[in-house]
Design a binder for this molecule. Structure first.
Ligand code: SF4
Length: 362
C-alpha cells in the first residue's frame, strides 16, 4: 500500500537541508575541462608526444571521465587499426626452474607457487600447440621459455621448432627466450622468427624493486640487440607492482623512444607463493586509463591487453578494445584465460573483427 504521508522525492522536512548538487556538478565540469582528451588525441594523430604533465593527467583523471578518455583513445586506435583485433596465442614451451628472482613470476627461484614445471617441449608438442593456435584464429604464435637465457641445447630446440611451425602454418612466430645477444637474434631470424618479445616490465627506477638478478639495462640491451639484428620487437610492461604514475609514464616514454612494434600490457595476477601474492592495486578504471595512456603515447603501435585481462577488467573487458587492438586468446604462461569462444563473442558484440593472419601488416 502506498503511504501517502511520505514526502515526495523532492520535498524535505524543514530540518533536513536539500542536497546542494552545485559543488558536484561544478567539480565534474572542472575535471572535464582540466584536460581536453580529444586534444591529446589530436597530438597523437600527428605523431607528437604528450608532455609528461599531459601523460600524468591521463592517469590522474577521475573515474567519471573514463568514457571521454576512451573516446579519445579510440579515435587514435581507429585511425591506425580500424575495427580489427589481433589475436596472439601464447605457449609456455618450458616452465619453471628459473634461476632469476622476478617477484611477480610464479616460475622464479623464489616462488613457492604450485605450477607445472617441465623442460623444453618436443617439437612435436610445440607444433600441436601451434595447430591449436591456428584453430583459435591466432595471427601470431608466441613461444615462451622460462629462464635467464636459453642454453645452447634449448636454443637449438627452439630453432628446430620455429622452422617446423613456420613451414606448416601461415602464422607469425614470436619468441620470448629471456636475455639474448645480437648473434642469437640473427639465428632466430634466419630460422623464421618474425618478432622477439622482451618486456622492459617497468621503469628503470622501479626495476630493482621487482627483480635483483638482472637489471633494467640487461633488458634494454636485449631489445636493442634484437633491433640490431633487424627483427621487430615486442616489449611492454606489468602493472600493479607498486609502481608510481611517474614510473608508468617513464616506461611508456622508454618504449616510445625505442620504437618497439608491439606493446603487451600485463596487469599483475597476484599468484599465491610469489612475493607479490598480496598485491591488489588495480581497478578496472585504472587499467583502462593505463591502456588509454599507452594508445596516446604509442599511437601506431600494436597495443595488446595481455595477462590479467579477465581478473582485473572483468565485465569491462570490451571497453579495453577501444584503446587496444590486440589480445591473447587462450591461456597465459601459468594462469588460465577465458575460452576462445568467449573472446570471439566479446569481439563481435563490441563491433570489432578478428584480423586474419594474412592481413598482418607488420
Ligand atoms: S619472468 Fe622469466 S626470467 Fe623472470 S623469473 Fe619468470 S621465467 Fe624467470
Amino acid at each position: 500500500m502506498v503511504n501517502t504521508a511520505s514526502p515526495s522525492p523532492t520535498s524535505f522536512p524543514a530540518s533536513v537541508k536539500a542536497p546542494n548538487r552545485q559543488p558536484t556538478e561544478e567539480r565534474i565540469r572542472k575535471e572535464e575541462e582540466q584536460f581536453n582528451w580529444q586534444q591529446l588525441a589530436d597530438k597523437a594523430l600527428v605523431g607528437e608526444a604528450l608532455t609528461r604533465l599531459e601523460a600524468r593527467s591521463v592517469l590522474d583523471a577521475p573515474d567519471a571521465v573514463i568514457l571521454d578518455q576512451l573516446a579519445a583513445a579510440y579515435r587514435v586506435r581507429r585511425h591506425y587499426w580500424g575495427n580489427r583485433v589481433r589475436l596472439h596465442f601464447l605457449l609456455n614451451a618450458q616452465s619453471g626452474l628459473c634461476p632469476e628472482d622476478c617477484h611477480y613470476c610464479s616460475q622464479s627461484k623464489i616462488s613457492g607457487a604450485e605450477i607445472e614445471k617441465y623442460p623444453l617441449m618436443t617439437t612435436e608438442k610445440i607444433v600441436a600447440a601451434a595447430d591449436r593456435a591456428h584453430q583459435m584464429k591466432a595471427g601470431t604464435f608466441c613461444m615462451a621459455i622460462s629462464g635467464r637465457s636459453p642454453s645452447p641445447a634449448v636454443f637449438e630446440g627452439v630453432l628446430d621448432a620455429v622452422r617446423t611451425v613456420k613451414s606448416a602454418y601461415p602464422m607469425r612466430v614470436c619468441t620470448t627466450l629471456g636475455l639474448l645477444n645480437e648473434n642469437q637474434a640473427q639465428q632466430l631470424k634466419a630460422a623464421g622468427v618474425d618478432r622477439i618479445n622482451h618486456n622492459l616490465n617497468t621503469a628503470e627506477s622501479h626495476h630493482e624493486d621487482i627483480c635483483t638478478t638482472h637489471s633494467f639495462q640487461d633488458r634494454l640491451s636485449t631489445v636493442q640487440a634484437v633491433q640490431a639484428a633487424g627483427l621487430t620487437t615486442c616489449s611492454g610492461g606489468i602493472f600493479g607492482m607498486g609502481e608510481s604514475d611517474e614510473d608508468i609514464v617513464d616506461l611508456a616514454m622508454s618504449l616510445r623512444s625505442l620504437n618497439v612494434t608491439s606493446v603487451p600490457l600485463n596487469f599483475l595476477i597476484p599468484i599465491p607463493g610469489t612475493p607479490f601474492a598480496e598485491r591488489d592495486e588495480l581497478t578496472p578504471q585504472r587499467w583502462l586509463r593505463i591502456l588509454c595512456l599507452f594508445r596516446l603515447l604509442l599511437p601506431a603501435q600494436e597495443i595488446r591487453i595481455a595477462g590479467g585481462r579477465e581478473v582485473h577488467l572483468r565485465s569491462l573487458q570490451p571497453l579495453g578494445l577501444y584503446a587496444a587492438n590486440s589480445i591473447f586468446v587462450g591461456d597465459y604462461l601459468t594462469t588460465p584465460g577465458q575460452t576462445a569462444q568467449q573472446d570471439f563473442a566479446m569481439i563481435q558484440d563490441a563491433g570489432f573483427v578478428i584480423e586474419n593472419a594474412d592481413e598482418l601488416s607488420d
